[in-house]
Design a protein around this ligand. Structure first.
Ligand SMILES: C[S@@+](CC[C@H](N)C(=O)[O-])C[C@H]1O[C@@H](n2cnc3c(N)ncnc32)[C@H](O)[C@@H]1O
Length: 206
């Protein structure tokens, strides 16, 4: 059971507005300039897309929550920001960009779909383009909580697949990327009293 769409639709009905970017978006802003073109995979309520858009980046945020994305498009006033309802694991042919961003989304899909997504990112990034990923690690305290539905896959209120640092980095390399930066740590994605162990990767299409 990896389809948690109704969980996220309900969540964003309660939290529709893009209030405050994530710490990962602030970290990624160091790799961004106003001329960049970016896709965000799994933008949720658009908080990080709006942050990058305000820096001048031309950005499309993709998410499966159609109602939320309709709302974000009606609220948005900046011409360089757009939201498109889509399954990010099946985006098909799109114009190439030089930045792709995914925060807390690849652990929402199976490893097979992660692989499809990494291949899609490689094919849709320009040469020297950068891929930014933040994802939950198997060392996260949440790993093991809820119903086990596969290897390191659990369902609580929704599905999560926790990843092994070295294996995840290897899958990114197998998709063709060079790794520019990688870290696995607590302290990177604090949210209230939660301080999960997460993995961050910055990868480059050669
Ligand atoms: C944990 S939230 C993260 C949202 C946002 N990146 C953030 O950091 O605030 C996961 C998001 O991924 C979206 N998502 C999960 N699987 C998806 C898929 N296959 N296609 C599109 N969106 C998906 C969910 O709808 C949800 O908005």
């Amino acid at each position: 059971m990896t389809d948690s769409r109704s969980y996220w639709e309900n969540y964003y009905r309660e939290n529709p507005d893009p209030n405050g970017e994530s710490p990962f978006a602030r970290f990624v802003s160091g790799f961004i300039s106003a001329e960049d073109k970016m896709y965000e995979l799994g933008c949720g309520n658009g908080r990080d897309s709006v942050f990058f858009g305000r820096l001048g980046v031309e950005i499309i945020g993709f998410d499966q929550c159609e109602g939320e994305l309709r709302y974000l498009n009606t609220q948005n006033k900046l011409p360089n920001i757009r939201f498109e309802a889509a399954d990010f694991t099946r985006l098909g042919v799109k114009p190439r960009v030089n930045r792709i961003y995914s925060r807390f989304t690849l652990h929402s899909v199976s490893e097979e779909k992660e692989k499809d997504t990494l291949d899609w990112c490689f094919g849709n990034l320009e040469d020297k383009g950068l891929l930014f990923i933040e994802i939950r690690s198997v060392l996260d305290d949440l790993c093991g909580k809820g119903d086990k539905v596969g290897d390191n896959e659990y369902v609580t209120t929704h599905y999560r697949r926790f990843v092994v640092f070295a294996d995840f980095v290897q899958r990114i390399e197998e998709a063709g990327f060079s790794i520019l930066y990688k870290i696995e740590s607590k302290g990177l994605a604090r949210y209230g009293s939660d301080d999960p162990v997460v993995i961050r990767v910055v990868a480059q299409r050669p």
